[in-house]
Ligand binder design. Structure first.
Ligand code: NAD
Ligand code: IPM
Ligand code: MN
Length: 361
């Protein structure tokens, strides 16, 4: 049977708590649908940093390159500055493997009520395509005159025609497979070099896709529409920083930051892709069994899709919906009292039901 070699990096905080449920569901999916996993575990984290002075070994990227895909929990914990931990592990992986798309579905699952008023069941279902390799996340710039009254910090955004075009083409393609509506997050009224460039590239590409309905929204107004009218969106394309901010907001309107998944994709499949929840290591609840594992499980389902096991991937999402709809087993972020492990048990039990029903259909 096909065996997938998966790099597992639980990372920090609740990353280590939500990873086991995801691996458990993946194993179940493999048994049911006829494939297997070979796990390669990496303890790279802030603890690893405290021990070794680096977030991963010097040949870390080469080690990951030996794997088919990467499953990541979360990186960053108090004690190590975030820019050190993130630029020592997460961001180098996204860049080294040309994971230039960060695909983030924002979808209201059955059984979850949106915190927004007037959103019906199934009333939110869109995809955010976040440019994941450049833009506002850049090492260009610097700090001068530290500690002096004249102190300056300069951070330069880098938008390349190549980088913007490939992200937009991915989003265009995705919109064409969905409802044919693409919204672009811009700020060309305030950010006068990069964002007008972003808009121009989209308009050029749009000319080649006359059937696609393309709308441009300033990021501030777009954020408001996430709250006022989230049902209008199909696919949204956004720069690295805008996509980051929009997707925590998106996670909130589908019920919790603990649910939303994220796929760092190298669409060509030349390099491993990486699958992780949108959320971070949640130091405020870490170690207490309170972490919602659904975001990590959903990320695992996106990995199954990417591996070509779309039926198995859909079964994991159906399983989450089943637990949310049929039981009250949910973690405190969703208003419940269950622990991470209890949710994991409920998912495992529901997976059997869901896949048995699928076989009957
Ligand atoms: P966070 O996502 O970790 O937490 C924000 C809030 O959401 C917290 O109140 C937390 O308790 C809650 N939350 C998050 N995930 C949850 C879950 N699964 N279940 C229940 N509640 C959950 O964001 P933050 O506090 O800004 O960041 C904490 C650390 O994580 C920082 O070091 C940050 O840099 C890092 N981070 C890493 C990633 C990543 O690895 N991709 C992503 C975001 C943040
Ligand atoms: C995310 C995170 C990261 C990002 C941080 C931790 C660097 O917020 O994956 O959304 O901004 O990409
Ligand atoms: Mn984020």
């Amino acid at each position: 049977i096909p065996t997938h070699r998966i790099a597992v990096i639980p990372g920090d905080g609740i990353g280590t708590e939500v990873m086991p449920p995801a691996q458990r569901l993946l194993e179940l999916a493999g048994h049911r649908f006829g494939f297997a996993f070979e796990w390669q575990n990496f303890d790279w984290s802030c603890e690893y940093y405290a021990r070794t002075g680096a977030m991963m070994p010097a040949d870390g990227i080469e080690q990951l390159a030996e794997c088919d895909q990467i499953l990541l929990g979360a990186v960053g914990f108090p004690g190590v500055p975030d820019h050190v931990s993130l630029w020592g592990l997460l961001i180098p992986i996204r860049r080294a493997f040309q994971q230039y798309i960060n695909l983030r579905p924002i979808k209201l699952l059955p059984g979850i009520e949106s915190p927004l008023r007037k959103v019906p069941a199934g009333g939110i279902d869109f995809q955010v395509v976040r440019e994941n390799n450049e833009g506002e996340y850049s090492e260009s710039g610097g700090r001068l005159y530290r500690g002096l009254p004249q102190e300056v910090a300069i951070q330069e955004s880098i938008f390349t025609r190549f980088g913007v075009t490939r992200a937009m083409n991915y989003a265009i393609n995705l919109a064409e497979q969905r409802e044919g509506r693409l919204a672009s997050a811009t700020k060309s009224n305030g950010i006068i070099h990069t964002m007008p460039f972003w808009d121009e590239i989209l308009r050029e590409l749009g000319q080649e896709h006359p059937l696609l309905e393309i709308s441009e929204y300033h990021i501030d107004a777009l954020a408001a529409l996430f709250v006022l009218d989230p049902g209008r969106f199909d696919v949204i394309v956004a720069s690295n920083l805008f996509g980051d901010i929009l997707t925590d907001l998106g996670a909130a309107i589908i019920g919790s930051i603990g649910i939303a998944p994220s796929a760092n994709l190298n669409p060509e499949g030349e390099f491993p892709s990486m699958f992780e929840p949108v959320h971070g290591s949640a130091p405020d609840i870490a170690g207490r069994g309170k972490a919602n594992p659904l975001g990590q499980v959903w990320a695992a389902s996106m990995m199954l899709d990417h591996l070509g096991h779309s039926e198995a991937g859909a079964a994991l999402v159906d399983t989450m919906g089943h637990v949310l709809l049929e039981t009250d087993v949910r973690t405190p972020d969703l208003g419940g009292r269950a622990t991470t492990e209890e949710v994991s048990d409920a998912l495992a039990a529901a997976f059997a039901t869901v896949t048995a029903e699928a076989v009957l259909r």
